[in-house]
Design a protein around this ligand. Structure first.
Ligand code: COA
Length: 168
């Protein structure tokens, strides 16, 4: 039978439990899932690419059919190179829809054989995103329910190194 590879691209700055929820669902649906850090030219990530890869790898090591990667360029070209026919995106709320709809249509225009499939995370993660987690952590808010322990340690260390969250 044909094996299906799905790609889950994102900034993952850092990976959250909401992302992991989506990855778990995708891992049960597809033969192979490649979680790949991609470039969103509007964002300036806090973590380096290697740090984000490390956090993803540590957080996803229990999923045997999931691998972690990084690429620069168009997602459609990356998908072609990996022989992937499916692109996974998470839909948390109606507010995600317009942006995701536009991106999936552009990608379909560029590669008609690549299908975007939207998965919904558990409702407890619908309000979650990486910026909120970074902000909460910088203000000493409780983040234990939102990110894995390893990611929490890395985030706290990073914020300290960058002196984020302290008054000048
Ligand atoms: N749980 C928690 N948070 C989630 C989530 C979930 N299930 N799903 C999305 N998010 C959050 C992310 O943490 C992120 O939060 P932030 O904005 O605070 O950082 C936000 O929702 C959306 O980010 P993400 O899913 O990482 O997407 P993105 O918009 O940063 O990046 C790319 C989208 C990287 C996939 C896209 O820009 C891309 O494909 N780039 C390559 C170039 C390309 O081909 N572009 C498209 C054609 S022009």
């Amino acid at each position: 039978m044909k094996k299906i590879t799905a790609i889950y691209p994102g900034t993952f700055d850092p990976v959250t439990n909401g992302h992991i929820d989506i990855i778990k669902r995708a891992s049960g649906l597809f033969d192979k899932v490649i979680v790949t850090i991609a470039i969103n030219s509007n964002k300036k990530p806090l973590f380096t690419k290697d740090e984000r890869i490390d956090m993803l790898k540590k957080s996803l090591k229990s999923f045997k059919n999931v691998s972690v990667d990084y690429f620069e360029g168009l997602i459609v070209n990356y998908a072609k190179k990996k022989n992937a026919k499916v692109l996974i995106r998470g839909l948390r709320a109606v507010s995600d829809f317009e942006y995701e709809f536009q991106m999936s249509l552009i990608n379909r225009k560029l590669a008609s054989d690549l299908t975007t499939i939207f998965l919904m995370p558990n409702e407890k993660y619908t309000y979650l995103n990486s910026s909120i987690v970074r902000e909460l952590a910088s203000l000493n808010g409780k983040i234990d329910d939102f990110i894995p322990v390893y990611v929490k340690q890395k985030l706290i260390k990073k914020l300290k190194e960058n002196k984020i969250g302290k008054m000048p």
